[in-house]
Design a protein around this ligand. Structure first.
Ligand code: ZN
Length: 321
């Protein structure tokens, strides 16, 4: 993600302050996180679109596609966000099972706000690897969701978990259609359209969007989701510190801290609209595009089905007059 500088990078010593209690809680969380059969249920075959978004951490899907997800959901389409790690080192002052549970609760709250399904995989933050087990997991997720659209990070990104989500999803593109790969879940007869969410990385090639979506009509939901991800943003995530968190009794300081977070993310969401204004003009026409304040954007991955522009408009049904 192109997260504002003071939020990004995950540099704390890995579980250096994990104590026995946290380890026990972590083991408990691991079992609990695995037992989520309801979250693997496929959406109804009702002719609506089925979108699955993979992020590395419990906030990435919400930040990269939360607005577009809310727009799809408001039209009755089926959206699922999968966090490929449990986020258990993503805070400056806590880690392990207690943090994994807290971060799962935060994305569940986001899901209520944005209207999507949500699942957190039980893989430690900072330890996602490109393995056969994980390739199968991603493949099963896409098949179980009967996905029309799959979104992920690109494989060139600052964080190893982000990069490996990109690789794992690319590795599943095409394999989801191969009947004898993971035969325990029926293969898809139609390869989904795979897309990458926006980032700012330039090498080996910069992100080049094929679709830019105005999220002005749902941006308050996205701001509410950011507020719900309080361990990451209000409290400052892994590179934050206690200096960021006001005494809860000091209501003026609490309001000021919330305002700072909102303004940071306002700049971040509007940067996409400004960066890709030409794409907005192409899709919305000049007059409407010039008024767009906040946006999300996506680039088609060439390994999945390659949609023509008309199909892309059907998959992102937001450009009507
Ligand atoms: Zn992340």
């Amino acid at each position: 993600m192109k997260i504002p500088q003071f939020f990004n990078a995950f540099g704390i010593p890995r579980r250096s302050f994990l104590n026995l209690a946290a380890f026990t809680a972590s083991a408990f969380a691991a079992n609990r996180l695995r037992a989520q059969p309801a979250e693997r249920k496929p959406p109804a075959g009702d002719g609506k679109l089925r979108i699955i978004v993979f992020g590395a951490h419990p906030d990435d899907c919400e930040l990269s596609a939360g607005g577009t997800g809310a727009k799809w959901s408001s039209q009755g389409h089926h959206v699922k966000f999968v966090s490929c790690t449990n986020g258990d080192i993503g805070h400056w002052g806590m880690a392990g099972g207690p943090l994994a549970r807290r971060r799962e609760a935060e994305v569940k709250k986001c899901a209520e706000i944005l209207g999507n399904q949500s699942q957190v995989l039980d893989i430690h933050d900072g330890e996602l690897m490109v393995t056969m087990e994980n390739r199968r997991e991603i493949c099963r997720q896409i098949r179980e969701w009967h996905a029309d659209v799959v979104i992920s990070h690109r494989p060139n990104d600052y964080h190893p978990d982000h990069r490996y989500v990109g690789v794992l999803v690319m590795d599943a593109a095409y394999m989801v259609t191969v009947p004898h790969f993971c035969p325990d879940v029926p293969h898809l007869t139609k390869n989904p359209v795979f897309l990458f969410a926006e980032d700012e990385f330039q090498r080996p090639n910069p992100f080049t969007p094929d679709v830019v979506i105005s999220i002005d009509d749902v941006v308050e939901k996205k701001f509410a989701a950011v507020a719900a991800l309080e361990s990451q943003f209000y409290e400052g995530g892994c590179n934050g510190g206690p200096h960021l968190v006001p005494n809860p009794a000091d209501t003026a300081a609490v309001a000021a801290r919330k305002k700072v977070v909102r303004e940071e993310f306002g700049s971040y969401f509007s940067a996409t609209a400004n960066r890709f204004r030409a794409g907005l003009v192409k899709q919305y026409g000049k007059e409407r595009a010039e008024k767009v304040k906040f946006a999300e954007s996506f680039e088609v991955c060439e390994y999945g089905r390659k949609p023509e522009i008309d199909e892309l408009k059907q998959l992102f049904p937001f450009f009507g007059a």
